[in-house]
Design a protein around this ligand. Sequence first.
Ligand SMILES: [Cu+2]
Length: 144
Amino acid sequence: MKNSILPLLIASLLLVGACGGGDQKAIDTTSHDQAQQASSSEQMMNHDHEMAEVANKAHAMVKLPTIQCDVCKAAIEGGLIKTAGILSVMVDLDGKMGHVNYDGDVLSLEDVEQAIADLGYQANDRLAEPSAYASLPDCCKVPQ
Ligand SMILES: [Cu+2]
């Protein structure tokens, strides 16, 4: 009994294996296509977001002397991008510098600095809002 079932088992395992391989390929192709679609639609969104005919695109390098760690970087990048008129944010943790692209028709540099200060971080000479700074995690506060 065992001897007659074993070849069948092996055969079906091989079949399943081959089938699984085929499925895998199909899945890979699909997910690749999806990834491509996702990335191209993401590019499109960024494109729209940035190029929604921003006539007065401005770039600022903002000194961030109080940032301490990756949490600060993420907080500023993630928080600032939600501000209307901000097009992109990149925080250089080592250089303690924020690179901000914004719509100069919507925001001034002072507005950008204030938005960062409202997140609890000093921006250029504009000091962090005390209440926002107080609610930062300890790792993001300036060592005393
Ligand atoms: Cu931090």
